[in-house]
Design a protein. Structure first.
Length: 427
């Protein structure tokens, strides 16, 4: 027998989770299914709306002033500026005090692990004291066993970029970590649970040992930045203890994958899904579907080799783009693999890219083409299915990496797709 819900969301990233929450808010019974672990673990945890224009101009101060300039077909153009605002407000309610930035329309400039700054609309509270617009002198701390963050190099890059403060970087041994392949969660666990570690001064708690090691190098700086590994379950407590010990504000610098801020964001979203009564199943790929006229009747979900039908009144596709394999490419074609939705692309595969590595790559904009209801359109610009909407990176018409718009597009389109699906299903 088929499993039945009002709304079925396919995909478990920001777009999928937001769509499921928005549909549930409309009173719909919602299920979310996802094939693999969310890509949020590889994300920075920052919520960027629009950092650069589609033509590369930026960084943008106020993203909302520039949304109207985006070309026809861009996901933001499809949903409209007001929906972007509403989606951010929706995220603010979900995230609670874990995120900040809602006090202004202006982007914040958040330093990243390479010493660059990223324009972003919402950011974890753990990064708030490190904003590049803050003129306070800064000490950046890196660790010998964490080669992804070169603190002296990052500090020099910030100063070269014209940051309005003096930045200095040091590299230390992290107390209790002696191997380069230690997982980030191991660093966080040591601090979360105040594990005892051996130091030159004897056995100490990891927090105490880290604070003493940094304090010996602290000069006139009034804030200290660490790579984003300062605890997981008790991150706020870890930062507060370090700040008290150092007599300086403490912040985290977002890192590349794997990302603790991304994992924390995943926890925030999935706790909200549980609270909203959304049923979540992971590790279950959608492998096929059946139609009833112009609508999706049901999909088939692979559960341990058995194809189980899942039927719903409305569906939301939020499976990601080329990176998340929500869009697939073969030698002769580019396609969406679940519903075989139309993905426009040049016939000659050599036109899918340009030789300039830093040039505007056509493949970066591959994705399904949505109407203003976010229903994927076929090659004749007609909806593929009357009850299927798409959200997030599976949508085409924009380059999220160049624009620094990935999380914002996922939020806005997930919010709109889920809300409309929930409304339709509840009628």
């Amino acid at each position: 027998m088929a499993i039945s819900d009002d709304v079925l969301v396919i995909g478990g990233g920001i777009a999928g989770a937001t769509a499921a929450l928005a549909a549930a808010e409309e009173g719909a019974d919602v299920r979310l299914v996802t094939h693999k672990q969310s890509t949020l673990r590889n994300a920075s945890g920052l919520i960027d709306v629009l950092g650069y224009t589609h033509e590369g101009e930026g960084p943008i101060v106020d993203p909302f002033e520039r949304l109207a300039e985006l070309p026809t077909g861009h996901p933001y153009e499809r949903v409209g500026t007001e929906a972007v605002r509403e989606a951010l407000a929706f995220f603010d309610e979900v995230a609670g005090d874990a995120y900040t930035g809602d006090h202004t329309d202006a982007n914040a400039l958040v330093p990243t692990h390479g010493g660059t700054v990223k324009p972003t609309a919402r950011y974890p509270v753990s990064t708030a004291d490190g904003l590049a617009s803050d003129p306070r002198d800064t000490l950046l701390v890196g660790f010998e066993t964490l080669t992804d963050f070169d603190a002296p190099l990052a500090a020099s890059h910030l100063e070269a970029a014209g940051a309005p403060f003096s930045a200095r970087g040091i590299t230390l041994q992290f107390p209790g970590i002696v191997r380069d392949d230690a997982k980030l969660t191991r660093y966080a666990h040591l601090l979360d649970h105040e594990e005892r570690v051996e130091t030159a001064a004897g056995e100490q708690s990891a927090r105490e040992a880290l604070a003493l090691a940094v304090e010996a190098h602290l000069e006139d700086e009034t804030r200290v930045g660490f790579p984003a590994l300062l605890g997981d379950e008790f991150a706020a407590e870890v930062r507060a203890d370090l700040a008290d010990s150092l007599g300086a504000d403490v912040f985290e610098v977002p890192m590349g994958p794997p990302s603790l801020p991304g994992m924390r964001l995943e926890d925030v979203l999935y706790e909200a899904l549980e609270d909203a009564g959304v049923r979540v199943a992971s590790g279950v790929p959608v492998v096929d579907y059946e139609t009833d006229g112009d609508a999706v009747d049901h999909v088939l979900v692979d559960r341990h080799g058995q194809e189980i039908p899942h039927e719903a009144s409305q569906y939301v596709l939020a499976t990601g783009g080329l990176v998340g394999k929500g869009v697939r490419s073969e030698r002769e074609r580019v396609f969406e693999p679940i519903f075989d939705c139309f993905v426009p692309h040049a016939d000659d595969r050599y036109d899918w890219f340009v030789d300039d590595v830093f040039g505007e790559q056509p493949y970066a904009r591959f994705g399904v083409v949505p109407d203003r209801e976010l229903r994927p359109l076929d090659a004749d610009e007609e909806p593929e299915f009357s009850n299927l909407r798409a959200a997030g990176a599976v949508l085409g018409g924009y380059d999220y990496a160049a624009e620094k718009s990935g999380a914002g597009v996922s939020l806005a389109t997930g919010y709109v797709a889920g809300g409309r699906a929930g409304t339709e299903a509840s009628r």
